[in-house]
Design a protein around this ligand. Structure first.
Ligand code: NAP
Length: 271
């Protein structure tokens, strides 16, 4: 490992995301220690200069910043609880997807063992890490975040949301919810035009993506309306109801499977 003067960092969990996070650290010149349940996944990083720890305990003890990015919180606790006494004085940065409550409980647990805790939500997919579109949300210990802000900057744009460790998860899940809603709606649209043998790829490129991009530009207006508490006018409700009735009727007439029609029906029933 080359001495670059950068702080040593540890990354536990080398799935698609943990690997990308560790790789960004290595490329930026941070002495990087890595550990993964399936040890072979560390090989590519070791070839680039990372050091593979034999145990979680060894991985934790190497750095003051311990990043954890695994499948879920039970996995996080399964890994960290046996080494809890070694966390004292370190920063645990948990980038594993979970609920705000899980983040708050883990923050409490970490504090009980003398560790600072920062929770994170990664608004990127692995190939985006380190690039301009990668945004990482953080919440929890501001002091710990500030102490490592420079290292974290190698992953993309950092956004610190507040001292409540659950905030990053809350924002992350809200954003993911919007994304899944869009994907689901897009699948319903593919199914509708697919009944006339239109390929999803051509429909996406020529029409759907430009349409959704222009509709995304309307969202700040919608947000302003929500913030102002203004009621949606009866005329607009009526126009939306007619459109939804036509979407549902046409999807059913074209034989689109019910799983794509049902969400529209629910939006209409509740609008
Ligand atoms: P992944 O490729 O499926 O990797 C899962 C990781 O968790 C592996 O390192 C796996 O170890 C480890 N793991 C699972 N169960 C474990 C256990 N019981 N004990 C120890 N290690 C365990 O997933 P990923 O894409 O890296 O995602 C990791 C986290 O990042 C998730 O919380 C995910 O929601 C979040 N995230 C991912 C993306 C994305 O686009 N991929 C984007 C944003 C956030 P093995 O290698 O030994 O199986």
């Amino acid at each position: 490992m080359v001495d670059t003067g950068r702080s040593p960092v540890t990354v536990i969990g080398l799935g698609a995301m943990g690997y990308a996070l560790a790789e960004a650290f290595v490329r930026a010149g941070h002495p990087t220690t890595v550990w993964n349940r399936t040890a072979a996944k560390a090989e590519g990083l070791v070839a680039q200069g990372a050091v593979r720890a034999e145990t979680v305990a060894e991985a934790v003890e190497t750095s003051s910043l311990v990043v954890v990015c695994v499948l879920d919180y039970p996995a996080v606790h399964g890994l960290l609880e046996p080494v809890a006494e070694r966390l004292s004085g370190r920063v645990v940065l948990n980038l594993t997807n979970g609920t705000p409550e899980e983040a708050r409980e883990t923050a409490k647990w970490a504090a009980g063992h003398g560790a600072d805790y920062v929770d994170g939500g990664i608004m990127a997919i692995p190939p985006m890490i380190g690039g301009p579109a990668s945004v990482i949300l953080y919440s929890g210990s501001r002091e710990a975040f500030d102490a490592h802000a420079q290292a974290l900057g190698h992953w993309g744009t950092s956004k610190f949301l507040g001292a409540d460790a659950g905030l990053a998860s809350l924002y992350d899940l809200a954003l993911l919810g919007a994304m899944y809603g869009m994907f689901y709606g897009a699948n319903a649209a593919f199914a509708m035009v697919g009944t006339e043998k239109v390929t999803a790829a051509s429909f996406a490129t020529e029409l759907l993506v430009p349409w959704l991009n222009s509709m995304a530009a309307v969202l700040p207006m919608l947000a302003e309306e929500i913030d102002s508490g203004a009621e949606i006018s009866a005329e607009r409700k009526l126009v939306e109801k007619v459109a939804l009735t036509n979407i549902i009727g046409t999807a059913r007439a074209q034989g689109v499977v019910d799983k794509f029609v049902a969400p529209m029906q629910s939006i209409k029933d509740n609008s």
